[in-house]
Design a protein around this ligand. Structure first.
Ligand code: PBG
Length: 322
């Protein structure tokens, strides 16, 4: 009996025929960083080629993305220092930067799917994802703010709110608050299995949101754990999450697969800032081929089980997919 496995690898034509995983422009969510000002575009030093942009440029960017076939954005804002406090008060301002950004995207491209980050850290004087009391990140008081924040984003026109904080019980609270405010069409993409990771470093530069004391290990998950991810995902689905997320992606491909195997809602993965920075840095040194690294990375994340991928490489990927 001869088994010739190389038959299915011998030409580009046959390889494309038998490829199990194919990336598509439909797979990507584009994270965007927004700042106050006019015609402002600041390159993020630890994320070369990625920018914080002002709202006027955001409208243009939304049109560009839409024309490329990129139909989902995930908004993050950089809050001015003098507006930060312990309770994230500015996050609830109906005329705050996030709320205006949502409206700007919807105005520029009404059909764009607008997702918003829901967490206190960009608004927190402590740089934590929750309210701080006696050096502790308090859960239930934070959840109340997250629910109000979600309603505020929905009121501004967000299609999907994306809580990235890892407080307990927040999905149920957000779902209930959305129902009570009659936002019955607003989705929730839960950062369900979000690990305490060193790979968020460049993102915290982008938003100037690094924790002022301690770390995030009392709410984000320990990277040693696997079953805990399943528990978090199951609970978020029960509480009403429409999409669950695993984050980061690359060091957690096993978790993406396990979550995909048990989830009856779509699974998202976040190809985060540190993963972007590593590829950019190695490519700059001439040590890897950037374009190939992008496609291999994104394909691997999809192969692991991600139904959608939030990635800073979305535009590059679309270019490369041609
Ligand atoms: C904060 C938040 C973080 C990211 C998304 N939302 C950082 C953190 O938890 O400290 C990271 C995204 C990235 O690194 O690209 N709620």
């Amino acid at each position: 009996m001869y088994r010739r496995n190389r038959i299915l690898r011998q030409s580009a034509a046959i390889r494309s025929l038998v490829a199990e995983t194919k990336l598509s422009t439909d797979d990507f969510i584009v994270p965007l960083f927004i700042i106050e000002g006019n015609n402002e575009r600041q390159e993020i030093s630890s994320m070369p080629g990625y920018y914080r942009i002002s709202i006027d440029l955001l409208a243009n960017e939304a049109k560009t993305l839409w024309a490329m076939g990129l139909k989902s954005v995930l908004l993050f804002i950089k809050c001015a220092d003098d507006k930060k406090d312990n309770k994230g008060t500015e996050a609830l301002n109906p005329d705050g930067l996030m709320q205006r950004s949502i409206k700007a995207v919807k105005h520029a491209v009404p059909d764009m799917l607008v997702m918003t980050d829901v967490a206190l850290d960009p608004f927190s004087s402590y740089g934590h994802d929750g309210i701080v009391e006696d050096g502790q990140i308090v859960n239930d008081a934070t959840v109340e703010v997250l629910a109000a924040m979600s309603v505020s984003h929905a009121a501004a026109g967000a299609d999907i709110v994306a809580p990235s904080d890892m407080m307990d019980g927040r999905i149920a609270a957000i779902r209930e608050a959305l129902e009570d405010s009659n936002f019955k069409q607003t989705g929730i993409m839960a950062y369900s299995a979000k690990y305490a990771s060193c790979f968020y470093g460049p993102f915290r530069d982008a938003l100037d949101s690094a924790p002022g004391f301690g770390d995030k290990k009392t709410y984000q998950m320990d990277y040693a754990n696997r079953l805990e991810a399943i528990k978090e995902v199951r609970m978020d689905i029960e509480e009403g999450a429409d999409i669950v997320m695993v984050k980061p992606a690359l060091a957690y491909l096993d978790i993406i697969r396990e979550v995909k195997n048990i989830s009856d809602v779509p699974v998202s993965a976040y190809n985060i800032s540190g993963e972007y920075a590593m590829i950019k840095a190695a490519a700059k040194m001439g040590w890897i081929d950037e374009d190939k690294a992008i496609l291999e990375t994104l394909t691997a994340i999809k192969r692991a089980g991600a139904d959608m991928i939030a990635t800073y490489f979305a535009k590059d990927a679309v270019r490369l997919l041609g």
